[in-house]
Design a protein around this ligand. Structure first.
Ligand code: P1T
Length: 377
């Protein structure tokens, strides 16, 4: 089936009792047992929920994976993935990831005795050089938040297979519409479904997809045992949202491309970062592993005051954390999403105090460009 056909139908069939075409929201924490141990296969809401199961199957189909496992947030999904390793193990991570991912790994999970190496994953040799005897996972985000650096998913996955390591890709920025890491050889995909998958800025959620039976069984066990499950209502909203993922992503991509080109031509800004621009250092890789370039554009204004003024002056763009919603957002990563990353580490990767991140929405492009024009005038 094509992407949109799967997006609209996968995981969903008319309700057996009523024939309702849309998956019901099973708002229940528990299920009746006729006698002790005799039931319909559903015992407790943390363990089983049919709205959640529909969403899990839906996203698994979009990522071309066998299994989906839903979590209460993107970070809850990452926390669950870090339960695949134990004290004494080592994980290699791309040095530019969402600030909360860095905070979770470096400031919380590290205390459990798990060691992390942060590497520039644009160069596979850096990953190879960081791998040790106790390495179990290579975790990459591509494109990265907010520098939009790319990692060659196929090259990293092949290397991980050869070494018996689990390769995990955070695919939040592209969504499965533009990039499918499992098809490129990765073992696991993780999403903050808060972003493009849900796309309407009204749900916090996380999703993991894999085709590996063993990883799935372990994660399914962790999902229930650790319990960071999403509410049935949030699952339903996300399931409703993936039906329009393709049309939304096309428009995000089209608008972001126009904005990136416009900003590039504006003398006011120092640097525009967008994988769709030919001057992006990994534009060729972008064209091979992605089928579009997404809705995220980062802009370095050269000095912090200009960046702050821009964020203050825009009117259609809203100054807020998060991304991937239908509405355009502007964010100052150094003080907002990446404040927990030490300043020296931030600056080493180009995440300066003068950098602004745009999550380009699907409003009319003329209004977005006009808004940017009036803000920089
Ligand atoms: O916010 P949550 O659903 O827990 O997802 C965490 C997360 C994971 N991975 C990536 C690539 C992310 O961007 C995020 C969350 N990011 C933001 C809130 C942000 O504004 O960048």
């Amino acid at each position: 089936m094509g992407f949109s056909t799967d997006a609209i139908h996968a995981g969903q069939k008319p309700d057996l009792e009523t024939g309702a075409v849309m998956t019901p929201i099973y708002m229940t924490s528990t299920y009746v047992q006729e006698e002790i141990g005799v039931h319909k296969g559903y015992e407790y809401g943390r363990t089983h929920n049919l709205t959640r199961a529909a969403l899990e199957q839906n996203i698994a189909a979009l990522e071309k994976g066998k299994y989906g496992i839903a979590f209460a947030s993107g970070l809850a999904a990452i926390q669950a993935l870090m339960n695949l390793v134990k004290a004494g193990d080592h994980v290699v991570v791309s040095n530019n990831v969402y600030g909360g991912t860095y905070r979770l790994m470096e400031l919380i999970i590290k205390d459990y005795g798990i060691d992390f190496s942060w590497v520039d994953a644009m160069d596979l040799d850096n990953i190879k050089n960081a791998v040790k005897d106790n390495t179990k996972i290579v975790y990459i985000e591509t494109p990265t938040n907010p520098m939009l650096n790319l990692t060659d998913i196929n090259a990293v996955s092949s290397y991980c297979k050869e070494k018996g390591l689990i390769s995990i890709v955070d695919n939040t920025f592209m969504s499965p519409y533009f990039q499918r890491p499992l098809e490129l050889g990765a073992d696991v995909v993780i999403h903050s479904s808060t972003k493009y998958l849900n796309g309407h800025s009204d749900v916090i959620g996380g999703m993991v997809v894999t085709s590996d039976d063993k990883i799935y069984e372990r994660l399914k066990y962790i999902q229930n045992a650790a319990g960071a499950v999403p509410s049935p209502f949030d699952c339903w909203l996300t399931l409703r949202a993936t039906k329009t993922l393709a049309v939304r992503m096309k428009q995000h991509n089209e608008n972001a491309m126009e904005i990136a080109k416009y900003l590039e031509s504006a003398s006011f800004v120092e640097k525009v970062i967008y994988p769709g621009l030919e001057n992006h250092p990994q534009h060729e890789l972008a064209k091979t592993q992605m089928t579009g370039f997404g809705g995220m554009v980062s802009v370095d204004f050269g000095n912090e005051e200009k960046a702050r003024n821009f964020a203050k002056r825009v009117k259609v763009f809203t100054l807020a954390e998060s991304l991937g919603g239908v509405e355009s957002l502007v964010c100052h990563p150094a003080s907002m999403t990446h404040a927990s990353v030490p300043k020296a580490d931030r600056e080493a990767m180009g995440l300066t105090d003068s950098l602004i991140r745009l999550s380009v929405g699907i409003e009319d492009i003329e209004d977005l460009i006009e808004d940017i024009k009036q803000a920089i005038s």
